[in-house]
Design a protein around this ligand. Structure first.
Ligand SMILES: N[C@H](CCC[C@H](N)C(=O)O)C(=O)O
Length: 281
């Protein structure tokens, strides 16, 4: 099968974007893995498949696959690249776009300076919906929010979902943090039945942080949009951060806002098209 694709990134988190708005696209797990393979394929952290939505009032649907071939629920940087793609390819003339994913409905808009602003919906703290198994654990409360001990990984984590699961831990210096050693142990910890994205958060001030994320399936990426949302929400709940935070990821900067505890999390950041191409799968 000859397949046209668009290579994009959002703050260095990179994607292969496939346009299935004209005709359905059914790819095998192996074909998804090939697209994501940096040696034998195009190479990307995730593969995004864009489709028209059949839901009234919703413009598009987009599916997200980690480069292992696993389909996942949410991708913050990917949602910004999705908007950039549909606008640049004339698939919509709207400036605010509603898109559904496997378990979420997002409202996205182009900002004046070319960045993309995404309403990432509300964070989920119900542990069963993350999912996280806290049975037998006693959390340490900070500002009334739980930090859960993962003794065998030697860390405490804040646990929440942005549609996909996140475990956030505070570190003194992200550049010195044991991401390669501790990331996989948290990602695959038995208390996360669907595994988890592991965020390493350094607080620079109440409105500025540095973040590294060891992503579920993908390993450390240069940025993780949902990870940035989860880290800022956890920091606000723990009393470390204000409601509008600049997040410095290794691949670029994201602006995260959580106006109040009942509001959606808003993320603003870059979305860049790198090249278009074709591949024989
Ligand atoms: N690895 C994530 C999916 C991609 C999320 C990330 N790339 C983002 O920008 O939110 C997961 O398995 O939940």
């Amino acid at each position: 099968m000859r397949l046209r694709f668009t290579k994009m990134h959002g703050a260095g988190n990179d994607f292969v974007v496939l346009d299935a708005t004209g005709a359905p696209l059914a790819l095998s797990r192996e074909q998804i893995r090939r697209l994501g393979d940096r040696r034998f394929g195009v190479g990307a952290d995730q593969i995004l498949v864009i489709e028209r939505s059949t839901t009234p009032g919703v413009d598009f649907r987009y599916r997200i696959f980690n480069n292992t071939g696993d389909e996942v629920e949410q991708c913050g940087n990917g949602s910004r690249c999705f908007v950039r793609y549909v606008v640049d390819h004339g698939l919509t003339d709207k400036t605010t776009i509603r898109v559904e994913t496997v378990n979420n409905l997002l409202e996205l808009s182009l900002a004046a300076d070319g960045r993309v602003r995404v309403d990432m919906n509300r964070p989920v703290f119900d542990l069963a919906r993350v999912p996280f198994d806290a049975s037998g654990l006693t959390p340490r409360l900070v500002n009334g929010f739980e930090l859960w001990p993962l003794a065998d990984a030697g860390v405490e984590v804040a646990v929440l979902s942005m549609g996909n699961p996140h475990a956030v831990m505070r570190v003194a210096d992200v550049d010195a943090a044991p991401v390669a050693a501790v990331g996989p142990r948290v990602e695959s910890h038995a208390r996360f039945p669907r595994r988890v994205n592991a965020g390493f958060l350094q607080v620079l001030s109440r409105s500025e942080v540095k973040l590294r994320v060891y992503e579920r399936d993908a390993g450390e990426t240069l940025a993780c949009g949902t990870g940035a949302c989860a880290a800022v929400v956890a920091g606000i709940r723990l009393g470390w951060l204000d409601r509008r935070v600049e997040v410095h990821a290794r691949g670029g900067d994201l602006l995260i806002e959580w106006p109040d505890d009942s509001a959606s999390v808003l993320m603003t950041g870059p979305a860049v098209t790198v090249f278009e191409g074709e591949i024989e799968l």
